[in-house]
Design a protein around this ligand. Structure first.
Ligand SMILES: Cc1cc2nc3c(=O)[nH]c(=O)nc-3n(C[C@H](O)[C@H](O)[C@H](O)COP(=O)(O)O)c2cc1C
Length: 179
């Protein structure tokens, strides 16, 4: 799908059909994630691909009982590696850059699902310790955000956005900004 169409048609998708994800589509999404910019090119994050139904069910429970997650054929768990960022950038790396790395990665992954005809939603509401246990995370990694993905079984209306002239401060007035 053409990039601006991906941006325009993207929605958070929280209902999935039973159709499996084609392996090539998943590989494309993972490669898109890998291509992202990261601070100092440290790539201070790791992505766990969870496809075992019992683990997906447990993740859904750990995510404040968001039942819709259990219907996803795959769940990507984006984890940060604060120590890796800290080695080069100290406190700023540990507290900020690794989070930005993983956030950019999930954003591109979310958009890549749309480009592949799939759907997903970023999930931030979860119990970190529970998720770490379910996916067997080593202690130096921390779960940051979760992306359940699958074939969409809903077509949500677009959600509302603030007007551009409220969101953007610009030194020259553009009459076309809200057109
Ligand atoms: C950091 C972050 C955390 C989120 N956590 C959740 C979540 O736990 N559950 C959920 O259903 N949606 C979650 N969302 C999705 C938002 O609710 C959604 O993006 C927003 O309502 C706008 O809708 P849209 O994505 O369809 O435009 C999260 C989004 C972000 C960026």
């Amino acid at each position: 799908m053409e990039f601006m169409n991906v941006i325009r048609t993207r929605r958070s998708i929280r209902a999935f059909s039973s159709q499996e994800i084609e392996p090539d589509a998943l590989t494309s999404i993972l490669k898109a994630i890998r291509s992202c910019p990261t601070a100092g090119n440290l790539q201070a994050y790791k992505v766990y691909v969870i496809e075992a139904p019992e683990k997906i069910k447990a993740l859904s429970k750990a995510a404040s009982d968001q039942d819709w997650i259990a219907g996803a054929p795959a769940v990507l768990v984006f984890c940060i590696d604060p120590k890796q960022s800290e080695t080069k950038y100290g406190k700023r790396g540990r507290d900020l850059y690794c989070l930005i790395d993983a956030t950019i990665a999930i954003t591109v992954g979310h958009l890549a699902t749309v480009a592949q005809g799939l759907g997903s939603t970023m999930v931030g509401a979860f119990n970190e310790a529970a998720v770490a246990k379910i996916i067997g995370l080593p202690s130096h990694l921390k779960p940051h955000l979760i992306l359940p993905i699958g074939h969409p079984a809903e077509e949500p209306e677009p959600t509302s956005r603030r007007p551009l002239d409220e969101l953007i401060e610009r030194d020259c007035i553009d009459e076309n900004l809200n057109n």
